[in-house]
Design a protein around this ligand. Structure first.
Ligand code: DGJ
Length: 751
């Protein structure tokens, strides 16, 4: 029997092809994916999970071989690219409408290639490798002889991560015009349904709260049809076993590297198998595929863990931080910034901004960010989007004059833009009313009194590239916050004929990616932060261009515990913009201690969002201390291993704790947070993870306090004690009585 394998430069074989068994085995010692070609030529999944030995046939796992029409109708055969027909009643991965209106395809194996490394995905963002020995890629071609549809399923297995990147190209090699009606990036047919589905849901100011539900017969799905991945649902789902917890048990996470409409779904069919699908939302989607044309689908990243949800997240964090984010800022410690939005909203002028920036500089802040309101005549949110020329009433010396004064103070300057939008009251709208998305003759829904520009049209993207490049060239700008404050409600574009309007949403996102690509290429030193009314487009697609994203407009420390916890299921700490703001908090009116606000925001791309000139002397002293502390530990927190310890979605949610550990396990920082204080505490303990059990750690607390918690923990503790017994959180009744609500402590461990 011929067994064809490839070794990469590290001498490892990641993809094995057993010709006699017609079986592919992708494995790296951390996970295995075994695929086999059914008798009828369809490709099916035999196993996705724990690593299995290579050099063996697993064909016996095909308990229900798929032999075309010989299988019983409705039998749940595992398929990698299911299409209508063949007795498969489950939701398909690919639907292509043919000239006769039918959609049945018989996709059969037509060849494959195994290559070192990982190919790019054309216009779409994707994970990547820096050297060919970091991964191997399998491409399998499936062909439908009658229609000429050829599907290339692409699987990349990373050498050092329990992760697979999966994408698909659909090609028309026939001579008729076809229409793709549904095209999933990944389908995973799982042999059982004994899973709990986890997804991240919410809305403005409470994004990515963790939701869990047991799988049940039928389809359970999340999706977005808003033109953006959205705050309502995130393009990420996970499955966990009943017994899986943070630190142990099996988990399977799937994320779509895409920022537009998506669908993520698990279907349990009558025999109890589960089909997971993720990809562009088929609702409102149709793509014309002329002879010779192809369609590249977005990438899905699949992570398998046997060490719990924590292990799953760690793999996503590493992959997204190191091989999805790119550019010079990928590995750099992120600047501590002050953003003027909550400090001034639209009410500012050059002198007020300089005053904020100069106090910020004295506090140790490294970057001043000018938010919304600097252009056109924008005194409120009813006007001027699209007119990216400076408002000289507020900034008589232009962006350049302001940026120079800020940088002369000794800190960097950054600016807010919202490229995809136009206000009806704007010069841009007057000149190009047809550039705003909407259907002629019908009213357009306004959100925040603004309309969305038609980014499916290349001339719109070209225009924005021109005017925004002028802005970014106009002064010493080192940071850009790219906002997007409303989603799309009347999709339609004059640039496509009536029968191709189903292409609109995807073309819109391709336009957004194109502008991101051009601006990040032209300004490689600028740090981009994506934003969408807070965290309304926090996804892997955005992360490929902007290594950090504004996590939420909710800056309240207690609300942020839930938001940052949920976000951390898939996304790394370095990607989460997190700011300290004033109290009472502008979103919930809560008054929390300044140290608690910082203790939460430290676990992110840290900054402040307030008017520094209004701080009291005492607050300034505290902030100086916060910044000194954060500078000392920033790399550990932003680039260390992040572990969740106690969660806002567990029990009564009153306590949250997490920690960052350096790769060499010599240093760690633990954050402990309690929302409401309770009297008469017991001797509560917080057990840590990820430490070197034999190491002696010097434990200190922040902010420094001579209290019972401080006394109980400061000193030297061995790693094994900290993991087995933990830190002492409470114990002193009198002290607890003085503590108040919204209490936080950081524990610093140094071996
Ligand atoms: C929404 C963002 O999330 C805020 O941070 C701020 O930039 C406003 N937009 C400005 O309009």
């Amino acid at each position: 029997m011929a067994v064809v394998v490839r070794g990469n430069a590290a001498g490892m074989t990641l993809i094995e092809w057993r010709e006699g068994d017609r079986q592919f085995h992708l494995s790296n010692g951390r996970l295995s994916v075994v695929l086999a070609i059914h008798e009828n030529g369809a490709l099916g999944l035999l196993h996705l999970g724990r690593p299995l030995a290579t050099g063996r046939s697993y064909r016996h796992m095909l308990s229900r071989p798929f032999e075309g029409f010989s299988n019983r109708l409705g039998d749940p055969v595992a398929l990698e690219c299911p299409t209508p027909g063949s007795g498969d009643y489950r939701a398909p991965g690919l639907v292509v409408e043919q000239p006769d209106g039918s959609t049945v395809l018989e996709l059969a194996y037509a060849g494959h290639r195994i290559t070192a490394g990982k190919p790019e995905l054309g216009a779409l963002p994707a994970t990547y490798v820096e050297a060919n020995d970091e991964a191997e890629t399998l491409e399998v071609d499936l062909r439908d002889a009658r229609s000429g549809v050829v599907v290339t399923l692409r699987y990349t297995v990373f050498r050092d991560l329990a992760a697979i990147a999966r994408s698909v190209v659909v090609r028309n090699e026939g001579d008729a015009v076809l229409t793709v009606r549904c095209a999933m990036s990944a389908v995973v047919d799982l042999p059982d349904d004994d899973w709990t589905l986890i997804h991240l849901s919410g809305t403005w100011a409470r994004e990515r709260h963790v939701q869990e539900r047991r799988l049940a017969p039928g389809r359970q799905s999340i999706s977005s049809n808003r033109g953006a991945s959205s705050a309502a649902q995130n393009p990420f789902i996970a499955l966990r076993r009943r017994s899986t917890a943070e630190e142990h048990g099996e988990a399977l996470g799937v994320a779509l590297i895409y920022s537009g409409n998506f669908l993520a779904e698990v279907e349990v069919e009558p025999f109890g198998t589960a089909r997971l699908r993720i990809g562009m939302d088929p609702e409102n989607f149709a793509w014309e595929l002329g002879p010779g044309a192809d369609l590249q689908l977005p990438e899905a990243v699949i992570v398998h863990a046997t060490d719990g949800l924590g292990g799953m997240s760690e793999t996503f964090h590493r992959l997204f931080r190191e091989r999805l984010a790119r550019g010079v800022w990928r590995d750099r410690p992120r600047p501590i910034l002050v953003n003027n939005w909550e400090g001034t909203y639209f009410d500012f002028d050059e002198e007020r901004l300089i005053a904020i920036a100069s106090v910020a500089r004295d506090l140790g802040i490294e970057l001043f960010v000018l938010d919304d309101g600097w252009f056109g005549k924008r005194d409120d949110d009813t006007t001027s989007l699209g007119d990216w020329t400076v408002d000289r009433r507020k900034l008589p010396n232009g962006i350049d004059g302001l940026a120079r004064r800020v940088t002369e103070l000794g800190i960097q300057f950054g600016i807010w833009i919202e490229p995809e939008m136009v206000s009806e009251r704007s010069e841009l709208f007057a000149a190009h009313p047809d550039w705003a998305i909407g259907i002629p003759g019908r009213p357009r829904t306004e959100g925040r009194t603004q309309l969305v520009l038609d980014f499916s049209r290349p001339e719109v993207v070209d225009h924005l590239e021109r005017v925004l490049s002028d802005v970014l060239r106009s002064g010493p700008i080192s940071y850009v916050k790219w906002d997007m404050n409303r989603t799309i409600t009347e999709p339609w574009t004059p640039s496509l004929p009536p029968d191709r309007q189903g292409e609109f949403f995807h073309r819109y996102i391709l336009g957004v990616y194109e502008l991101y690509r051009r601006l990040t290429a032209a300004f490689p030193e600028i740090l981009f932060e994506s934003c969408a009314s807070g965290g309304g487009r926090f996804d892997g697609g955005m992360l490929a261009f902007a290594p950090q994203a504004w996590t939420s407009d909710d800056t309240d420390a207690i609300e942020r515990l839930a938001i940052q916890w949920g976000t951390s299921l898939a996304y790394p700490v370095s990607s989460m913009g997190a700011h300290v703001s004033a109290v009472p908090n502008h979103q919930v009116g809560r008054i929390t201690p300044l140290s608690t606000r910082a203790s939460v925001a430290f676990f992110g791309a840290f900054g402040y969002e307030l008017d520094t000139t209004r701080l009291t002397e005492g607050e300034r002293a505290e902030i100086r201390d916060q910044i000194a502390f954060f500078r000392q530990h920033r790399e550990l927190i932003q680039y260390g291993r992040f572990l969740r310890l106690r969660g806002p979605f567990e029990g009564d949610g009153n306590e949250t704790a997490w920690m960052s550990v350096s790769d060499d396990r010599r240093r760690a920082i633990v954050g402990f947070y309690r929302a409401l204080n309770r009297p008469s505490p017991g001797p509560s303990r917080l057990r840590l993870r990820g430490l070197d059990s034999a190491a002696e750690y010097r434990v200190s607390i922040w902010p420094a306090a001579d209290d019972a918690t401080g006394r109980a923990n400061t000193g030297t503790r061995r790693g094994d004690e900290l993991e087995a017994v933990g830190l002492a959180i409470d114990g002193d009744r009198d002290e607890a009585a003085r503590r108040g609500d919204f209490w936080a402590r950081l524990f610093i461990l140094e071996a």
